[in-house]
Design a protein around this ligand. Structure first.
Ligand code: HEC
Length: 95
């Protein structure tokens, strides 16, 4: 490989690296984990009052069980949302 070729390859590699990094720096953020608080307000406070949860302080296991029941019943959340909500509820309304 002569010097000219090497420079060309180097420049191409720089472009490739920039192309990979730029969208993360300036573009859409990669699929963000749903926000626990927003989910909670959007999904749960539709049917429940905030105060209900203060009285029900529970550990993560307890919240997962409750969320499972809501999920089977009337609350449309998927499993990923359930996990996020369990984390949120444990943090805010943990024991
Ligand atoms: C469409 C209405 C609806 C939505 C949305 C809903 N719930 Fe419920 N929830 C109910 C009803 C009805 C009950 C009472 C019957 C029961 O316990 O299954 C209840 C009961 C509960 C209870 C009572 C305690 C217990 O263990 O039974 C908790 C805690 C609870 N929900 C938490 C949640 C959480 C957290 C969410 C959000 C993921 C949620 N709910 C979303 C209707 C809803």
């Amino acid at each position: 490989m002569n010097k000219y070729m090497r420079n060309t390859v180097f420049v191409l590699l720089c472009f490739a690296a920039a192309a990979v990094m730029l969208p993360n720096a300036f573009g859409e953020e990669p699929a963000k984990k749903p926000d626990g608080k927003a989910l909670f307000e959007q999904k749960c406070l539709k049917c429940h009052k905030n105060t209900k949860f203060k009285d029900l302080a529970s550990d993560r296991q307890g919240w997962v069980l409750t969320l499972n029941r809501m999920q089977r019943g009337t609350c449309p959340i998927n499993d990923a949302e359930l996990e996020v909500l369990a984390d949120y509820l444990t943090k805010v309304y943990g024991e």
